[in-house]
Structures are given as C-alpha cells and as structure tokens.
Write a protein that binds this ligand. Sequence first.
Ligand SMILES: Nc1ncnc2c1ncn2[C@@H]1O[C@H](COP(=O)(O)OP(=O)(O)OP(=O)(O)O)[C@@H](O)[C@H]1O
Length: 259
Amino acid sequence: MALTNNAISFSSVGQTFLTGSGSVTALDGVTVTIAQHEFVAVLGPSGCGKSTLLRLTAGLMKPSKGTVSVFGKEVTMPRDDVGIVFQKPTLLPWANVEDNVVFPVRHKYGRVTTKDREQARTIIETVGLKGFEKRLPSELSGGMQQRVGIARALFLNPDILLMDEPFSALDALTRDAMGFELLRLWQASPKTVLFITHSIPEAALLADRILVLSERPGRIIADLQVPTARPRDESALRTPEMQDFSAELRSLLIRKEAA
Ligand SMILES: Nc1ncnc2c1ncn2[C@@H]1O[C@H](COP(=O)(O)OP(=O)(O)OP(=O)(O)O)[C@@H](O)[C@H]1O
C-alpha cells in the first residue's frame, strides 16, 4: 500500500437513496482530504448528510458516485482500524461493561482471549470507568454508558475514530466534561477524528478544522481551520478571535437554514 498521511479522502462523492416515493440525494460533489491525526468537526443543518458522510467513511455503505478512501485504499467494507461512536451507545443490555467492550472481538472471532480482557480493562480505566467492569448498562448514567461506547470503539485501537453527535444526548455539564476527556484521550493516543455535531462551541473547542455542509444535498460550503492553539479550555471560546470565528460559523449555518 502506498504510504500516505491522508487518513480519509472523499473524491466527488454523491449519495442518493431510493425511497418509496422517489429518491433523496443526501450528498453531492463532496471532495475533501483529512490528514492523519487531524481532528475534524462537521457542522450542517439537519438532514444535510452528515451521518451519511460518516457511514460512507465507516464502510457501512458504498457511495452512489465518486470514491471514499481510507489510508489510500477505497472503502468497500467496515475496517478494524476505523471505530465508530454513535449518539446513543447501543450497548448490549444483558452484557456487563467489560463484555460490551470486548464485543467487537467476540463478534468477529467468536472468542475472547485473556489478553483481550486485559486490554479491555485498561481501556475501561482510560475512559474513567475502573471499578464498573461488571456493571450492567442499566446500572450506569447516560455519560457512563457513552464512555462504554467510546471504550468499545477504542478497543481495537483504531487509527480513525468516527463520532456521530456522541455527546448530544448528555446534560450540558457532562457533555463539556466528555469533550475535554475526549481531547485528553486524543492527545495521549493521537487518532484521526471525524466528529459530527450541531454545536458550534463544541466544534470550535474540540477540532483543528471544521467542515460546514450546505442544506441537502450536502456540499462542503466552508472548510476552516480553528484559529486557536491547543491546549484549550472554556476560556478559549471567550477570546475575540474565537467569538469572531463562532459568528462566522453561525452566519454560514443561518444562511443555509434560510436558503
Ligand atoms: N437509508 C436511507 N434511506 C433513505 N433516505 C435516507 C437514508 N439515510 C439517510 N437518508 C436521508 O438522507 C438525508 C441525509 O441524512 P443524514 O442522516 O445523513 O443527515 P444528517 O445531516 O446526519 O441529519 P441530522 O443532523 O438530522 O442527524 C436525509 O434526508 C435522510 O432522510
């Protein structure tokens, strides 16, 4: 395989779904490249194709037009080096935390080794759930359940982490805390992150770069570097340059909602 520091690339990607009453074009003419270890947030109006972008990257479907590649290779099916975290963690309700985390291995190989369990316990500790390994999902708060979903996605040590509004179901304080925790994990073990959100502050605080999509069919209407250096804390959002940046993002989104 050719060496590349492009983790993800979309070349003229379009996605049209057939529906009972016709067809829906979710994405059109999307061309973008994301470098290895870049943290990219995607903002856009509801229904503009953000999740579709992520599902194409994950290999959960193939584009109707164009090509999606991961590390220089066309995506045709899910890969072990790409992990996904959804808005709801979709945990197995009858399985404890540790069994949920090792699930990808059990699903793929039909067995779980002692080494897998050790690895799972290390990751569970990394996401702050040490001591909860044997608890069932129903015994955990929403934030803790989402941590289990993140641990499960990290379990195979993916190079790419796809996150679809991962914190949007959480209360505001937990959401902020989880964002900072994600940054800590990302800094400790760099990964390419594609992070979908509806929140401008969340995108501006977490990402290196922000892609803004238009109304459906989603096209990239802005591709902007976040103007503030890391490390960042909440006060980073209050600087004049970040306030201007947030206002720019808002006007791009409002323009599209009004169009
Ligand atoms: N499997 C499918 N079959 C038919 N239409 C679909 C399918 N998946 C997505 N769509 C349609 O494609 C469009 C884009 O959907 P997608 O979920 O990617 O948008 P989104 O930007 O993630 O939305 P939201 O912000 O509301 O989560 C929507 O109109 C949706 O109804």
